[in-house]
Design a protein around this ligand. Structure first.
Ligand code: G1P
Ligand code: ZN
Length: 549
């Protein structure tokens, strides 16, 4: 039997871990004991609420393949063995997309799992790394747990690790590590099987056979192997349909975020001659998605609404949706579909964690965020490839193009023009003052006119969870102008440098004659109103947002 080492360590300055866990530069994670401290803190908290111990429990481990992934996994395996876990399932080569971790946890009834990723942030020796813990439902640890972990990181004095070499995780196999059985699993199989249950693979195969095409950009991140197996091998899309399909430790130096700026290779292809029917991309860890038609960008808010409209074409949703949920800054397009379907529509604060209770409780079966996140009750993470397969299923059954589907949707429900302006890395004090001033101004806004637009309502969004009654306040300042026009101001909770101010604009237009109009032009009066109200340029000294989506 290998011996367990107790390594003396000191409390560390862990960032207050939200449900996205601990995200830092690789250099920080490379400090001695840093990752181990976090992992031990998680184990200590879990152990305190698990009197029976971990001997009959399974832990899942995998990541998006970025730099430091293998090293972190080696340490976690030895630490899980030192804790006495019965079994650890680890993705071969350390690969498991975030939705796949959620899927594997649920399928194998695991106790929980570690996801190693910094999502869409760049990877490499001088870039980002991250780790988070997901519980037995496959969802990111709830705040109660992450707060307990954070408290523990402030008092930790030692961690336990098996005095052994970690087994190779390069190929499938089973190993014994102390008393723990380590199984290196195919990272794709369980996930691909789940997708085959949810979607009509036969219809999609027939669609590809009929000559339809897809371009999927894996952005040199984790979804490559998943997309090749599902799209090319199982569904028969032409070889080469998946671009940048090999996960690289530095994502090829790219920013693996599926938006019009970072997925420019795909965007050029979809705007060019001979563009395929569907263009799609996913992010570093596989939970985000972008959907494109030929010379046609589908906003994530519209994508959610179109999916809600057509979801019953997929076998997994044929019984109908129980309800839908969207984050507050996501456009109201899906609300109109929910109303037509006569199902509830929930508006939650930003962040996937707020959907968990609604999904668990059967109140919603489809949810989405404007930030390229879409998913359902099949796992407890947003799921990039799932969204792509849903679109494929809809295209295959409806026999229309992406643009035709979205235009038909606009015709029926009206079109919600939508844009998000991000002001990144602004000094924290300036951002905080801006938000504080907005909040002070809120009560006086209704009835006022800003940049010629009469304000009909204004508030700081607060959410009461309909399942557990918990209240989340101060989730973003909303200014409403009537007729489905509004703007929202909030500060990012995920930025790593200074503060990021996000300003969201939308307007519902029923008049089809305006369809060709440019989004920024359609929303220019709202954009002017934001400047008049908040003085963003004045305060930051900048003349335009960093990113416009
Ligand atoms: C951003 C997105 C949000 C998403 C989160 C994690 O958070 O806006 O919708 O859930 O990333 O992917 P933010 O930086 O706005 O706090
Ligand atoms: Zn992600």
């Amino acid at each position: 039997m290998r011996s367990v080492l107790s390594v003396a360590t000191k409390p560390f300055d862990g960032q207050k871990p939200g449900t996205s866990g601990l995200r830092k530069k690789v250099k920080v994670f490379e400090q001695p004991h840093y990752l181990e401290n976090f992992v031990q803190s998680v184990f200590d908290v879990l152990r305190a609420e698990t009197p029976e111990g971990f001997a009959d429990k399974t832990l899942v481990v995998g990541g998006d393949g970025r730099y430091h992934n293998r090293q972190a996994i080696g340490a976690i395996l030895k630490m899980a063995a030192a804790q006495g876990f019965g079994r650890v399932l680890v993705g071969a080569k350390g690969i498991l997309s975030t939705p796949a971790v959620s899927c594997v946890i649920r399928k194998h009834k695991a106790f929980g799992g570690f996801v190693l990723s910094a999502s869409h942030n760049p990877g490499g020796p001088s870039e980002d790394f991250g780790i988070k813990y997901n519980n037995g439902s496959g969802a990111p640890a709830p705040e109660k747990l992450t707060e307990a972990v954070f408290a523990r990181t402030g008092t930790i004095a030692e961690y336990r690790i098996l005095d052994a070499e970690a087994p190779s995780i390069e190929a499938l196999g089973k190993f014994q590590l102390g008393a723990t059985a380590v199984e290196v699993i195919d990272p794709v199989a369980d996930y691909a099987d789940l997708m085959a249950q949810l979607f009509d693979f036969a219809r999609i195969q027939a669609w590809f056979k009929a000559g339809h095409r897809i371009a999927f950009d894996a952005m040199s991140a984790v979804t490559g192997p998943y997309a090749v197996e599902i799209l090319e091998n199982r569904l028969g899309a032409a070889k080469g349909s998946v671009m940048n399909e090999v996960p690289l430790e530095d994502f090829g130096g790219h920013h693996p975020d599926p938006n019009l700026v970072h997925a420019h290779e795909l965007v050029e292809l979809m705007n060019g001659q001979n563009a395929p029917d569907l263009g799609a991309a996913s992010d570093g860890d596989g939970d985000r998605n972008m959907i494109l038609g030929r010379r046609f960008f589908v906003t994530p808010s519209d994508s959610l609404a179109v999916i809600a409209e057509h979801a019953t074409v997929a076998p997994g949703y044929a019984q109908g949706l129980k309800g839908v949920a969207r984050s507050m800054p996501t456009s109201g397009a899906v609300d109109l579909v929910a109303k037509a379907l006569n199902i509830p529509c929930f508006e939650t604060p930003t962040g996937w964690k707020f959907f968990g209770n609604l999904l668990d409780d059967g109140k919603a079966s489809l949810c989405g965020e404007e930030s390229f996140g879409t998913g359902s009750d099949h796992v407890r993470e947003k799921d990039g490839l799932w969204a792509v397969l849903m679109w494929l299923n809809i295209l295959a059954v409806r026999g229309q193009s992406v643009a035709q589907l979205v235009e038909a949707h606009w015709k029926r429900f009206g079109r919600t023009f939508y844009t998000r302006h991000d002001w990144e890395a602004i000094p924290t004090d300036i951002a905080d003052k801006l938000m504080a001033d907005l909040r002070t101004a809120l009560p006086g806004l209704p009835g006022k006119t800003i940049a010629g637009l009469p304000v009909t309502g204004a508030d700081d969004f607060a959410y009461t969870d309909p399942v557990d009654g918990s209240v989340s306040a101060k989730q973003g300042v909303r200014v409403l102008f009537g007729d489905g026009a509004r703007m929202v101001f909030r500060l990012s909770g995920t930025g790593t440098e200074g503060a990021t101010l996000r300003v969201y604009f939308e307007r519902l237009v029923a008049d089809l004659g305006k369809h060709g109009a440019d989004t920024q032009v359609m929303l220019s009066d709202l954009i002017a109103a934001a400047e008049e109200l908040a003085g963003i340029m004045l305060r930051t000294g900048r003349d335009k947002p960093t990113v416009i989506t």
